[in-house]
Design a protein. Structure first.
Length: 153
Protein backbone atom coordinates (compact mmCIF):
# COMPACT_ATOMS: atom_id res chain seq x y z
CA UNK A 1 0.00 0.00 0.00
CA UNK A 2 2.84 2.40 0.84
CA UNK A 3 4.54 1.75 -2.51
CA UNK A 4 1.28 2.51 -4.30
CA UNK A 5 0.99 5.85 -2.49
CA UNK A 6 4.62 6.68 -3.33
CA UNK A 7 4.01 5.86 -7.00
CA UNK A 8 0.82 7.91 -7.14
CA UNK A 9 2.61 10.78 -5.38
CA UNK A 10 5.48 10.63 -7.87
CA UNK A 11 3.05 10.51 -10.77
CA UNK A 12 1.27 13.59 -9.45
CA UNK A 13 4.59 15.39 -8.90
CA UNK A 14 5.84 14.58 -12.42
CA UNK A 15 2.50 15.67 -13.89
CA UNK A 16 2.67 18.98 -12.03
CA UNK A 17 6.24 19.56 -13.19
CA UNK A 18 5.30 18.83 -16.81
CA UNK A 19 2.33 21.19 -16.57
CA UNK A 20 4.55 23.89 -15.06
CA UNK A 21 7.16 23.42 -17.80
CA UNK A 22 4.50 23.67 -20.54
CA UNK A 23 2.94 26.74 -18.90
CA UNK A 24 6.31 28.49 -18.62
CA UNK A 25 7.05 27.65 -22.27
CA UNK A 26 3.79 29.20 -23.42
CA UNK A 27 4.44 32.23 -21.25
CA UNK A 28 7.87 32.65 -22.86
CA UNK A 29 6.45 32.41 -26.39
CA UNK A 30 3.71 34.94 -25.63
CA UNK A 31 6.29 37.34 -24.20
CA UNK A 32 8.37 37.02 -27.37
CA UNK A 33 5.26 37.55 -29.52
CA UNK A 34 4.38 40.74 -27.62
CA UNK A 35 7.94 42.00 -28.04
CA UNK A 36 7.79 41.25 -31.77
CA UNK A 37 4.48 43.07 -32.17
CA UNK A 38 5.92 46.07 -30.31
CA UNK A 39 8.93 46.27 -32.65
CA UNK A 40 9.27 49.57 -34.51
CA UNK A 41 7.71 49.68 -37.96
CA UNK A 42 10.00 48.48 -40.70
CA UNK A 43 10.57 50.83 -43.60
CA UNK A 44 13.50 49.17 -45.34
CA UNK A 45 11.37 46.92 -47.57
CA UNK A 46 10.45 49.52 -50.18
CA UNK A 47 12.01 47.45 -52.93
CA UNK A 48 12.50 43.71 -52.79
CA UNK A 49 13.89 41.86 -55.80
CA UNK A 50 13.12 44.82 -58.06
CA UNK A 51 9.45 44.92 -57.05
CA UNK A 52 7.95 47.97 -55.36
CA UNK A 53 6.31 46.42 -52.30
CA UNK A 54 5.26 49.80 -50.91
CA UNK A 55 2.22 49.63 -53.21
CA UNK A 56 0.86 46.62 -51.31
CA UNK A 57 -1.43 46.87 -48.31
CA UNK A 58 0.11 43.94 -46.46
CA UNK A 59 3.51 42.31 -46.41
CA UNK A 60 4.13 38.92 -44.88
CA UNK A 61 7.69 38.21 -43.84
CA UNK A 62 8.26 34.47 -44.20
CA UNK A 63 11.32 33.43 -42.20
CA UNK A 64 12.85 30.16 -43.35
CA UNK A 65 16.14 28.44 -43.97
CA UNK A 66 17.53 26.31 -46.76
CA UNK A 67 17.23 23.07 -44.80
CA UNK A 68 13.73 23.69 -43.38
CA UNK A 69 11.45 21.13 -45.02
CA UNK A 70 8.34 22.41 -43.26
CA UNK A 71 9.05 25.90 -44.65
CA UNK A 72 9.18 24.72 -48.24
CA UNK A 73 6.64 21.88 -48.19
CA UNK A 74 3.94 23.41 -45.98
CA UNK A 75 4.45 27.12 -45.32
CA UNK A 76 5.32 28.20 -48.86
CA UNK A 77 2.14 26.68 -50.40
CA UNK A 78 -0.01 28.24 -47.66
CA UNK A 79 1.52 31.64 -48.37
CA UNK A 80 0.98 31.16 -52.12
CA UNK A 81 -2.72 30.46 -51.50
CA UNK A 82 -3.04 33.63 -49.41
CA UNK A 83 -1.41 35.60 -52.21
CA UNK A 84 -3.70 34.03 -54.82
CA UNK A 85 -6.80 34.86 -52.79
CA UNK A 86 -5.84 38.48 -52.00
CA UNK A 87 -3.91 39.25 -55.17
CA UNK A 88 -1.92 42.46 -55.16
CA UNK A 89 -3.06 43.42 -51.66
CA UNK A 90 -0.52 40.97 -50.19
CA UNK A 91 3.18 40.54 -50.82
CA UNK A 92 5.17 37.68 -49.35
CA UNK A 93 8.78 38.56 -48.60
CA UNK A 94 10.95 35.49 -48.07
CA UNK A 95 13.61 36.03 -45.42
CA UNK A 96 16.51 33.65 -44.97
CA UNK A 97 16.75 33.58 -41.19
CA UNK A 98 20.41 32.57 -41.23
CA UNK A 99 21.45 35.55 -43.36
CA UNK A 100 19.16 38.15 -41.76
CA UNK A 101 20.07 38.26 -38.07
CA UNK A 102 18.84 41.84 -37.66
CA UNK A 103 15.29 40.89 -38.73
CA UNK A 104 15.43 37.69 -36.67
CA UNK A 105 16.33 39.73 -33.62
CA UNK A 106 13.80 42.48 -34.39
CA UNK A 107 10.89 40.01 -34.55
CA UNK A 108 12.24 37.61 -31.91
CA UNK A 109 12.13 34.65 -34.29
CA UNK A 110 12.27 31.47 -32.23
CA UNK A 111 11.99 28.89 -34.98
CA UNK A 112 11.49 28.48 -38.70
CA UNK A 113 9.04 28.77 -40.24
CA UNK A 114 7.93 32.04 -38.68
CA UNK A 115 5.59 34.48 -40.40
CA UNK A 116 5.13 38.14 -39.51
CA UNK A 117 2.16 40.01 -40.98
CA UNK A 118 2.95 43.70 -41.52
CA UNK A 119 0.39 46.38 -42.31
CA UNK A 120 0.95 49.05 -44.97
CA UNK A 121 2.92 51.21 -42.53
CA UNK A 122 5.33 48.35 -41.78
CA UNK A 123 4.01 47.67 -38.27
CA UNK A 124 3.78 44.02 -37.19
CA UNK A 125 0.16 42.95 -36.70
CA UNK A 126 0.57 39.18 -36.21
CA UNK A 127 3.42 36.78 -35.51
CA UNK A 128 3.24 33.03 -36.05
CA UNK A 129 6.00 30.84 -34.62
CA UNK A 130 6.01 27.55 -36.49
CA UNK A 131 3.72 26.56 -39.34
CA UNK A 132 0.69 28.81 -39.89
CA UNK A 133 -1.99 27.29 -42.09
CA UNK A 134 -3.78 29.12 -44.87
CA UNK A 135 -6.90 29.85 -42.82
CA UNK A 136 -4.95 31.35 -39.93
CA UNK A 137 -3.01 33.61 -42.33
CA UNK A 138 -6.20 34.61 -44.17
CA UNK A 139 -7.84 35.52 -40.86
CA UNK A 140 -4.85 37.65 -39.89
CA UNK A 141 -4.76 39.38 -43.28
CA UNK A 142 -8.51 40.01 -43.10
CA UNK A 143 -8.10 41.69 -39.69
CA UNK A 144 -5.43 44.02 -41.10
CA UNK A 145 -7.55 44.82 -44.15
CA UNK A 146 -10.57 45.50 -41.94
CA UNK A 147 -8.51 47.91 -39.81
CA UNK A 148 -7.34 49.65 -42.96
CA UNK A 149 -10.88 50.06 -44.30
CA UNK A 150 -12.08 51.37 -40.92
CA UNK A 151 -9.38 54.04 -40.82
CA UNK A 152 -10.07 54.98 -44.47
CA UNK A 153 -13.73 55.73 -43.75
Amino acid sequence: MTQLLIRVGLLILVSLLLYLFAWLGRLFVEKQRKRALAAPAIHGLASIKGEDVSLHFIRILAFSSVDCKQCHQLQAPALQRVQQIHGEKVTVVEVDAVHSPELVQRYHVLTVPTTVVLDASGQAQAVNYGFANTQRLLDQVDVVLAKRSQTAT
